[in-house]
Design a protein. Sequence first.
Length: 165
Amino acid sequence: MPFIFSLFIFILVCNLLGLVPYSFTVTSHIVVTLFFSLAIWCGKLFIGIRIHGLKLFSLFLPGGSPLPLIPFLVILEMITFVMTIVSLSVRLFANMMAGHILLKVFAGFAWTMLMAGGFFYFLHFIPLVILFCLMGLETGVAIVQAYVFTLLTCMYISDVIECGH
């Protein structure tokens, strides 16, 4: 529980700090999220081997599988087991990156309209209002993404602890 709570708070703070203008969002970089995911995957594997030993690898073969399908199912389950790294990292990275790009585009658009002067000075309030609405939306996305990352981490760890489908 302390690990999961710490992970949630760390990702949440990183996500929310990225919403501060001229700041840096750590979780919008694939290398960082891949590192988090790889560390969680290694921890998951360590916990599974510690609890179940070599019986953990029975996870790769669902019970009652037909004999001709066994090689295909083992390969498929191994790919699924490793793909948790990608699913955790890409989800967080893509959502944070997309939101920040959208915020920067609207901020640049509003600034360009403001600097153009004249009639555009009054029109710049439209993208500015949209930008403020998007800031609220991105705050929600930052919270939800931290929650989803930790929820999936809990699911992946519990899958190895229970050692079943």
